[in-house]
Design a protein around this ligand. Sequence first.
Ligand code: XMP
Length: 520
Amino acid sequence: MTETAHPDTVLIIDFGSQVTQLIARRVREAGVYSEIVPFQSAAEAFARIRPKAVILSGSPASTIDIGSPRAPNEIFAAGVPVLGICYGEQTMCAQLGGKVEGGHHREFGRAFLEVKQECRLFDGVWPAGTRHQVWMSHGDRVTELPPGFSVVGTSTGAPFAAIADEARRFYAVQFHPEVVHTPDGAKLLSNFVVKIAGLKGDWTMAAYREQAVAAIRAQVGEGRVICALSGGVDSSVAALLIHEAVGDQLTCILVDHGLMRKNEAAEVVEMFRRHYNLPLVAVDASDRFIGALEGEADPERKRKTIGRLFIEVFEEEAKKLGGADFLAQGTLYPDVIESVSFTGGPSVTIKSHHNVGGLPERMNMKLVEPLRELFKDEVRVLGKELGLPESFIGRHPFPGPGLAIRCPGGITRDKLDILREADAIYLDEIRKAGLYDAIWQAFAVLLPVQTVGVMGDGRTYEYVCALRAVTSVDGMTADFYHYDMEFLGRAATRIINEVRGINRVVYDVTSKPPGTIEWE
Ligand code: XMP
């Protein structure tokens, strides 16, 4: 865990709810800094961070089960306000002398809460006597309140849907205020952290930048840092932040595997060397990658070959630089807190970067991960704050294995060149049509199929190019983008006219699931 605890931090104790990250989001939207910790390390984090308020998340567990998780008792004795959500309410009641029972009416989805009493949590949002939509997801429920609490809201399935002990500033709700289906939920969370906990609500990206720079300086000291720069928004923002903190102690390495998009490597080099004066080693390793991939048609073996070579090349370059003490990574919050284990196993699964996984141990480097407390859209705001141009910030995602997984079948330099040209034309048409930002990701795929065509009275026998465009929020599920046919016709005509080697274009109308976004 980094040492960046803000003086005014809200600690969110995660009991394994699917939506804990949304609690952090809402707290940040209220201008307050927060950190999520899994319940297993909550006591240690509470002592270390000394938070100004605590929020207890929901959970798939049941407080009735032996061994189910609990909040550290010290949080209830420290005089800080506590908000329990769903399971958080139940464990709070169980721990403070109330009662929770299972086997009652279960409540999932939309429900309506009747406000029974004024309460600081509802201040300016829900007056007494009104009724509001909330989102529920629970099987157990509180049946007896702990001393000091009173009911401030009820629902059909939860007589204790909202409870409060105003004197101790303890609040608990059975519903989920963090999800959008509780339309006023964000305001309630804002009330908790600003009005009840008294936090200023002035946390901004500019403040984050200053804080992060100071934390990087403290962590790195005089050490040397290396960073694998891909041109993606995460590694770019991480590199800029570290450069601001420790200047030339950071060197970035760009491994050009020959699988990037048209002009991409050159643009990244231009941007970081020229505009930011950032020490950057660009390695053209395309022969090595393409040589190793030639004739390889199996998608998994392609990915593994690329991953292995990437590490080899990166390691060689790092050694040439004389090694480094730290490896910088653009790991984001959702990658850090992936799951909470109830079985005593490792509580936090840290996803290793697809490209440099395993390197820190091999080279005995420590990790610098300045974005590990942020969500993707927050990284974009930080990028803007650091002056990164819109063209970098708003870019569609691009996978580590690059064009290799958009070229099914064996890879050759020729095929990659054809694909690169088609892809560039397709994206150019998307930009010209003003559709780039409406689409989550768009790209061309070169199929290992040749078809017969006729051009200028002659027979052609050339490749088929598939176009893909999807809308998505997180890449986990996706729908194909519904272009109008005029657009598709225009893009197809240009590709066939301008790219030698393609005589047919098709559009992929598969959603995810059942398809994936990439073709391999
Ligand atoms: P799929 O194809 O699994 O892709 O639906 C979901 C999202 O992840 C990207 N992707 C990758 N990104 N390394 C990456 O950094 C990879 O190996 C990789 N494979 C897929 C894909 O482009 C899409 O945005």
